[in-house]
Every structure is written in C-alpha cells, then in structure tokens.
Design a protein around this ligand. Sequence first.
Ligand SMILES: *Cc1c(COP(=O)(O)O)cnc(C)c1O
Length: 232
Amino acid sequence: MLKEQLNEVESRIQAACARAGRCREDVTLIAVSKTKPKEVLMEAYGLGVRIFGENKVQELTEKYEALPKDIHWHMIGHLQTNKVKYIVGKVELIHSVDSLKLAEAIEKEAAKKDTVVQVLVEVNVAEEESKFGIKVEEVLPFIQKIASYPHIHVCGLMTIAPFVKNPEDNRLIFKNLHKLSVDITGTNIDNVTMDVLSMGMTNDYEVAIEEGATMVRVGTGIFGARDYMISD
Ligand SMILES: *Cc1c(COP(=O)(O)O)cnc(C)c1O
C-alpha cells in the first residue's frame, strides 16, 4: 500500500511539473512521517525515501537516533526556543522560524556547535488567527534582522495553507508566497537566498507545484491517515 501511494504521489508531482513546464528535480518531496512508527518509516526507506518531515522535537530526535544516518530530517512544526538545542546539528532544514526569539535561540545554539543552520521563514499568508507564521508585510524587515546572524542561513519561505475542499482555493496563497520570495530576492540581502519555497500538502501540493513550490510536504498522501489518539 505504501508503495502504491508513494508511486501515486510521485506521478502526480511529475504531472504537475509537466503542466507548469518545470523540471522534476526542482521539486523535493518531503515525506511527512509524524505520528507514524519507525517500522513504517523504514518501509518507506526501503522504497528509497530519504527525506522525512516531523513536527515534534521529541519524536524527531527519537527517530533520528534509531533510523539510518543517511536520512535527511526536516523540522516542519512549530518550534519552542527551549527545544532548539535538541535538533541543531540533526536537521537539514528548519521550516518554521517565526519569531526573533526563536531565531536568536537557533543562532546561539548553532554558534555553540560551530555550525550553520538552514532555515525557512514561516509566513502566515492566509492571515489565519490560529496559525503560526509572520505576516506578509513583516517578513522583509524580519529577514533583514536575522540576515546578520552568522550561524543562520535563510534559504527561503514556508507557508501552511488553510484546509480547503477545493485546492484551487489555495492557489492565490501560493502565488502570493512566490511573489513575496521574488520581491525579497530583489532586495539582495547578504546571507539570504530564496531558493526554497516550502508549500503544498496532501490536499494541494499539485497546485503549489504549479505556483512554484520547490518543496512539498506530503503526509497523508504517502502514509495514509494519522491516528492522533496514539501520539498526542
Ligand atoms: C502534518 C503536516 C504536513 C502534512 O500534511 P498532510 O495533509 O498529511 O499531507 C505538512 N506540513 C506541516 C507543517 C504539517 O504539520
């Protein structure tokens, strides 16, 4: 079942790339494995998956310790400053930087470990009250501030679009995030690149790819529905 679902996601990504005139290699699939047991991740690993996304620090570090070392881990969930120390040096990319306080904590920990942490700035494009992320108009000043942190490299932007029945309803959100990244690129800030646009989940990753996503975060589409009773 996992194999079929993974194949299905892969062919949909290819089709979306083709529709948009983009190369398949320009879109990275992140297998969102939160709440799934290690055996299931290992099954995906056996099928060639090497990039996993998790949203909780403890779950991520447990899986990190237990699973093969050639896995690339992405932290996609809200991150508390006091937990930064557990993931710096273990994750390839933090998708969810949404406050100066968090950026400062990452800078401090990365300096201590003599490493540079790759991050995305989470943007609340839809301006949903319930969501984390920085408002569109505050993103540029925020990035200008954290650009001076020597142990952080801002590589792009991330957004979580609302859950909608029709994925077309999120097209404008993806367009707006893309536009924001183009605008920021135009300001030429030192130590900041806008190569990564992390947007699109199971429900809407094809639309996100058509609008320029370079990373899509797919959980349910690969692993099936999550059982929150077990993990939360
Ligand atoms: C859970 C999660 C996903 C994956 O969601 P699906 O709808 O299962 O694909 C993507 N991004 C973030 C930030 C998540 O927390």
